[in-house]
Design a protein around this ligand. Structure first.
Ligand code: CA
Ligand code: CA
Ligand code: CA
Length: 185
């Protein structure tokens, strides 16, 4: 949890599983309350949950810059592990929930894809990093993985990314669209 300041949250080289990553029945929480922050991770980070876990990420203000691996599941994503078919010997996984929730509140944020290219061979091999605008994430946009309408959507397994405008008191609207049943008045 970080209270203030313009921070750089960057994984080392192409290391992974950081900045809110949860796996195997765990919970991770990351909060940065304010500042113009930079986040950079190649894979399995930034509100990614894996194997029935919960990963939460909140950036609550500032103009932020997110750089993530192209085509990776991040920024509010839940992996898929055949949750539609209970395992005959360990069916408990079917009775659990998994949520990867990414919230960026306020600010004018930039999201970029990151591709790593190996050039040369042997001792001369080196990595060149390429950055390009992403087609998935954007300021004031919501996205989900798994995608609604696909065969793997549901099964108590949700990944939600939401870049939203902050209210005057920086509160976040209730997330209600996943409620299994509407509450009776
Ligand atoms: Ca900050
Ligand atoms: Ca921020
Ligand atoms: Ca924003």
């Amino acid at each position: 949890m970080d209270e203030s300041g313009d921070d750089v949250h960057e994984t080392w080289q192409n290391s992974t599983s950081a900045l809110s990553f949860a796996r195997d029945w765990t919970i991770s929480l990351f909060v940065d309350k304010s500042g113009d922050d930079t986040y950079k991770a190649f894979n399995t980070s930034l509100a990614y949950c894996n194997i029935r876990s919960n990963a939460f990420f909140f950036d609550l203000g500032g103009n932020d810059h997110y750089i993530v691996g192209t085509g990776q599941q991040m920024l509010g994503a839940a992996d898929w592990q055949n949750y539609d078919q209970p395992h005959p010997l360990s069916p408990f996984g079917q009775y659990c929930n998994s949520i990867g929730l990414f919230i960026d509140s306020g600010g004018d944020d930039v999201y970029e894809d990151w591709t790593r290219e190996t050039v040369g061979e042997g001792e001369n091999a080196r990595i060149i990093d390429h950055y390009s605008p992403t087609t998935i994430y954007a300021n004031n946009v919501r996205w989900e993985y798994p995608h609604p309408g696909t065969d793997i959507y549901g099964f108590n397994n949700y990944g939600i990314g939401w870049d939203l405008e902050a209210g005057s008191d920086a509160t976040i609207p209730d997330v209600t669209w996943l409620d299994p049943k509407p509450e009776e008045e």
